[in-house]
Design a protein around this ligand. Structure first.
Ligand code: G6P
Length: 470
């Protein structure tokens, strides 16, 4: 079987340093949690950044440690972290692709560093590449990499998958380096997004910015053909379904059920302004204000996982969340009830599983989200088929999970009404909705996603051969 080289900005594990000692932790975010499981089962190598600036003298030991896990580090300097990662990736592409353009800072130094770090990834990949390897590039931090690798390794199959939304042309065209980004992506043979809308936006953008033709979902460019398709990402359903049977998880569920004050709404996100965290808290506050009968009867269990907290907008968001939660708790708490249990840290997978199992409602209301795997993890964890998922129409997952209560995340009244509906929903209806969502999440799981993508890469290769021999 041919080996696949996965390349993403972040490896599925990140290195942390405490008292001069390095240790490994799982990375956060949909890409790492979703693909992290699939890669362990497969014949794969993974190239990426280990998450901190590691001085040159320590790099060999880190390299050796990671090699045992089939991971290949690309080391970034502090300057590259500032300009490429925090700068271009997270202060240009992230806000623009999530339609939050006012957050973007179009700095030339960010772009220069983005190009040179993409080259660094190309070099690292080329150095481990052997004949017959397939290359699968992940996400928006590496948009120039497909064509850089196409130039270096002419005869290989290159796939690219973007985990975040692809915006409409009217938004994308604002980026000063828009043509270069599209040209970079078009180095791939197969380009995948989570939803059909992303595909549509990409095709129309590519046709306006470059001299390509496309018929249906196939782009023709300089004697090459590029397939562009939706591949909605799944999760490891079996893992999430079985976790609540583990002894430790059972004990935690038990604990939560006894400690729980009334019914529980669960909210889990990375710290990010695209996740709609403030609006969600305001909707909960509105509920307490307009439906005081729920005071003491319902609480919001809110986990915010630290992320990108060196970027100014993320720091500000954290302060706003702290303040809002503080105000609501001070205003509404009683001697034996707290409205919002707020945690700013990550939780083990076992604790998350216990929370998913104990939560009556899961509230997932991003302003924009490529897919959103938390919604799928909640569904997979509901072994007894009860529970209600409230899901933003702006999350890719809403295209599949039609049986969730779908809301507009900007409409705080809409979210509040959905919470009221969820609280009043008869168990039979909860089960009917949950059963159909579980069947879907089970069928379209992460293995299927990986296999679909890799087999479409084979089709792309065949298409290319047929063109050459014409
Ligand atoms: C999202 C992105 C990933 C990213 C993750 C965590 O899921 O699609 O590419 O790795 O967020 O963000 P971070 O900046 O910490 O890598």
């Amino acid at each position: 079987m041919s080996k696949t080289i996965i390349i993403s900005n972040r490896l599925p594990v990140k290195i942390t340093k405490n008292n001069g000692k390095y240790s490994l932790q799982s990375s956060e975010g949909g890409l790492a949690t979703g693909l992290g499981d699939a890669y362990k089962n497969g014949n794969m190598l993974w190239v990426g950044w280990p998450g901190i600036d590691i001085p040159p003298q320590d790099q060999p030991q880190i390299k050796e440690r990671l090699a045992k896990m089939n991971l290949v580090p690309v080391f970034l300097t502090q300057e590259e972290i500032n300009l490429f990662y925090e700068g271009f990736s997270n202060e240009v592409l992230w806000p623009v692709f999530h339609y939050l353009v006012t957050y973007a800072r179009f700095e030339q130094v960010y772009w220069d560093s983005y190009v040179s770090v993409n080259e660094k990834f190309a070099e690292a990949t080329q150095s481990i590449f052997t004949e017959g390897n397939k290359i699968w590039i992940q996400d928006y931090q590496l948009l120039c990499l497909p064509s850089m690798l196409r130039n270096r390794l002419t005869d290989t199959t290159i796939g690219f998958f973007q985990h975040i939304p692809f915006p409409s042309f009217e938004i994308f065209r604002l980026i000063p380096w828009r043509d270069k980004l599209i040209e970079g992506m078009l180095g791939a043979d197969l380009i995948g997004f989570h939803t059909y809308d992303d595909v549509r936006h990409f095709l129309s953008t590519a046709s306006r910015l470059t001299p390509v033709n496309f018929s249906s979902n196939i782009i023709s460019l300089n004697n090459r053909q590029i397939i562009v398709e939706p591949f909605p990402m799944g999760i490891d359903f079996d893992k999430f379904e079985k976790l609540p049977l583990q002894r430790q998880v059972l004990a935690e569920i038990d604990n939560l059920q006894t400690e729980k004050q009334g019914r529980m709404i669960l909210s889990i996100d990375r710290l990010d302004y695209s996740k709609g965290i403030l609006e969600r808290i305001r909707a909960f506050e509105l509920l307490l204000q307009l439906h005081p009968k729920f005071i003491g009867e319902i609480s919001l269990f809110m986990i915010v996982v630290p992320s990108r907290d060196t970027v100014a907008q993320y720091k500000e968001l954290k302060e706003k969340i702290d303040q809002l939660v503080g105000n609501i708790n001070a205003k509404y708490r009683t001697l034996d009830w707290v409205p919002i249990s707020y945690f700013y840290r990550s939780f083990s997978i076992q604790s998350l599983s216990a929370l998913y199992s104990a939560a009556d409602i899961c509230l997932v209301t991003p302003m924009r989200d490529g897919m959103n795997l938390v919604s799928k993890e909640y569904v997979a964890s509901r072994r007894d088929e009860t529970g209600v998922l409230i899901l933003s129409e702006m999350a890719g997952a809403s295209k599949e999970l039609n049986d969730a209560l779908i809301v507009n995340p900007n409409n705080i009244g809409d979210i509040m009404n959905a919470i009221v509906n969820a609280l009043q929903m008869p168990v039979e209806e909860q089960k009917r909705r949950m059963q159909s969502m579980r069947a879907l999440v089970k069928k379209f799981n992460v293995n299927r996603w990986v296999n679909n993508f890799l087999s479409r890469m084979d089709d792309a290769k065949l298409l290319e051969h047929s063109l050459r021999t014409k």
